[in-house]
Each structure stands twice: as structure tokens, then as C-alpha cells.
Design a protein around this ligand. Structure first.
Ligand code: TYM
Length: 334
């Protein structure tokens, strides 16, 4: 608890331009939850280097991502928006928690298996211990709640296991976090292959809507979206393409799938795809406009980066000192 408010932590990687999946699965919910909780939203750049990055590109993307957090509606005076690399406590707690995590647990992580298959020439130790660093991110702030998309639930599970193991040995050190999944949009699928999740790193640019895609591009990508052959709009597993479009429309409009099916009764795929494309474009337009405005406000963004890193460091250090003491490190002499 901070000032009688429960704590929320979440983060996003700056490895590519973020997608509609990241927006509907995470960022949009962050904005909704931000009044209720004391929030920490990190641009998790330590996580990004588990895959090779071009340094200048990474720096640029990280800055753009931080700016997008604000453009999406997170007030940086109320929400602590910061770069993970500016708070050394993440890496320090990560190391300690590595010593409380079993290889057998890490071997089960599906994201590790997927990423090692994708980057077979660079299966590094960081990729393997990635979930432990993620646990450190969350536990460092004693987070009660962590809003994420479905693909991160396994990492939340291991975070809880590590925290419980640590607490069993040393007493109540960590708050046990709960995941938060939005009502709609927790798993947005690729527009070209609706059995695969929409991803920043998809080689086919038509498969993903990027947050800064312009209206024409968004509508074109939806028009090309792979659908099914039944030619009617139903919400069922046999029609994964339409299922995905209904989920997207539902997350943007807050209408239920049943309401959407009723709205498009008797209409064809073409009409529906156009409606989804226009709705997504209208949803993203204000975020994009604000993003381009903020990009030119360099001093303002710099100020936020500095102030929020200080705030994040303050809370991170509190937990870190407690943990260091528990495991037996000598106290600092002041
Ligand atoms: P990342 O950067 O891959 O994704 C950021 C957030 O977006 C969600 N997401 C999706 N939601 C719905 N549909 C999709 N297709 C989709 N793709 C991504 C993710 O679930 C996530 O919530 N390991 C994390 C970053 C991280 C983190 C943390 C998150 C590091 N430390 C601590 C929460 C708490 C990741 O790679 O997310």
C-alpha cells in the first residue's frame, strides 16, 4: 500500500513498435485502472536486450514507448512512468530471486521455448532467466495487481511461486500479486493467421496493426484480414478470424460479442471489416495526435523521466534494503 492505495505494476518492451494487441490487452486497461491504484508503468529495456538490439534504435523506441504511455492517457504526475534501466534495483533483486528459482520451473516457460526457437543463434542466459527479472519488477514495488494480456499469465504464476517461496523462508516480505485481465482484448490475434497472437515482431506487416499506423493503412489491413468461409458473422471457435475481429471491435466499443453479432446480422464480411477498421482508426487517432504533439515537447518529457526515475528508485530501494537484510547482507554504514 502507498498512501492507502493498492499498488499496480506493469511494463512493456520497446522491441519494435507496439501493436493493437499491446494497446487493447494492456495499455488501454492501464489508463482505466490508473485512478484506483498507485501505479508504476515501466519501459522494460533490460528485458529488451535478451534479443540483439541496435543501440540507437532501442533508445529511440524506448523514448517513443514512454511517450506513448502518456499519449494514451496516463498522467505522468499521478503515474510513475519510467525506464527500467534507470532503477538498478530491478537487476539487483533479479539476482537475488535467481537464487530462489529452480531451473525446472524455468524449463517449463512457454515463452522461453518460443523465443529460443525464433532466435536459435542466441539462446542466452538472460532469455532463460527473463521470468525472474519480471518477478523482480513486480515484487520490487510490492504490487497487488498486474494488468497484462493472456500471454503473460504463466510469468505471473511463477512470480507468485517465487514470492511465496521467499515469504515461507523469511516471513512476509513480498505482497503476492494478482494478474488483471481486461474483459475483452486479452488476446488479440494476427490478422493474417488468427491462430497466432498479434506480435510486434511478425515478419508480415499486414498481420499486425501498429499503434502509429495511419487511418488508411489500418483500414487496408483490416480489409485484407483473413476471415473464414461461412460468410456470416458468428462468435465461435470455428470462425477464428471473425472471432478475433469481434474481440477487437468489442474492446474498442465496450459492446458485448452478442450485441455485435446482432448489429451485423445479415451483413457481409466486407461491411464488418470496414466497420472494425474505422473503429480502430478512430480509437487510435487521438493517441497518435497527442503522441506527435508530445514528441516536440522535449524538456517536458525529460522532466518526467528524471522525476519519475527518482520516485521509482525511492520505492524500489525500500523493498531492496528489506530483502538484502533478510538474506543476510551486511547493513550499510552511514
Ligand atoms: P510485451 O512487451 O510483449 O507486451 C506488453 C503487454 O501487452 C500484452 N500483449 C497482448 N495483449 C493482447 N493481445 C496480444 N496480441 C498481445 N501481445 C502483447 C502483454 O500481455 C503485455 O501485458 N514480459 C512482458 C513485459 C514485462 C512485464 C513485467 C509485464 C516485463 N516485466 C512486469 C508486467 C509486469 C512482455 O514482454 O510484454
Amino acid at each position: 500500500m502507498i498512501d492507502n492505495k493498492k499498488v499496480l505494476f506493469s511494463g512493456m518492451q520497446a522491441t519494435g513498435t507496439i501493436t493493437l494487441g499491446n494497446y487493447l490487452g494492456a495499455l488501454k486497461n492501464w489508463v482505466t485502472l490508473s485512478d484506483e491504484y498507485e501505479c508504476f508503468y515501466s519501459v522494460v529495456d533490460l528485458h529488451s536486450i535478451t534479443v540483439r538490439q541496435d543501440p540507437a534504435e532501442l533508445r529511440k523506441r524506448a523514448r517513443n514507448l514512454l511517450t506513448l504511455y502518456i499519449a494514451a492517457g496516463l498522467d505522468p504526475k499521478k503515474n510513475c512512468i519510467y525506464y527500467q534501466s534507470h532503477v538498478s534495483g530491478h537487476a539487483e533483486l533479479g539476482w537475488i530471486l535467481d537464487c530462489f528459482t529452480y531451473m525446472g520451473e524455468l524449463n517449463r516457460m512457454t515463452q522461453f521455448k518460443d523465443k529460443s526457437a525464433k532466435h536459435a543463434d542466441n539462446i542466452n542466459a538472460g532469455l532463460y532467466t527473463y521470468p525472474v527479472l519480471m518477478a523482480a519488477d513486480i515484487l520490487l514495488f510490492q504490487a497487488d495487481v498486474v494488468p497484462v494480456g493472456k500471454d503473460q499469465l504463466q510469468h505471473l504464476e511463477i512470480t507468485r511461486d517465487i514470492a511465496e517461496r521467499f515469504n515461507n523462508i523469511y516471513g512476509d516480505v513480498f505482497t503476492i500479486p494478482e494478474p488483471y485481465l481486461g474483459k475483452a482484448g486479452a488476446k488479440i490475434m494476427s490478422l493474417q493467421d488468427p491462430t497466432k497472437k498479434m506480435s510486434k515482431s511478425d515478419e508480415n506487416a499486414n498481420a499486425s496493426i501498429f499503434l502509429l499506423d495511419d487511418t488508411d493503412t489500418i483500414i487496408r489491413k483490416f480489409k485484407r484480414a483473413v476471415t473464414d468461409s461461412e460468410a456470416c458473422i458468428r462468435y465461435c471457435d470455428e470462425q477464428p478470424g471473425i472471432h478475433n475481429l469481434i474481440d477487437i471491435y468489442s474492446a474498442c466499443t465496450s459492446k458485448t460479442p452478442e450485441e455485435i453479432v446482432a448489429e451485423f446480422e445479415g451483413k457481409g464480411y466486407g461491411d464488418f471489416k470496414l466497420a472494425v477498421g474505422e473503429t480502430v482508426a478512430n480509437t487510435l487517432k487521438p493517441v497518435q495526435d497527442r503522441f506527435y504533439e508530445l514528441q516536440s515537447e522535449k524538456a517536458y518529457i525529460d522532466g518526467i523521466i528524471k522525476e519519475n526515475a527518482e520516485k521509482a528508485n525511492y520505492y524500489a530501494t525500500k523493498t531492496l534494503r528489506k530483502v538484502q537484510k533478510k538474506v543476510g547482507f551486511p547493513e550499510r554504514i552511514r
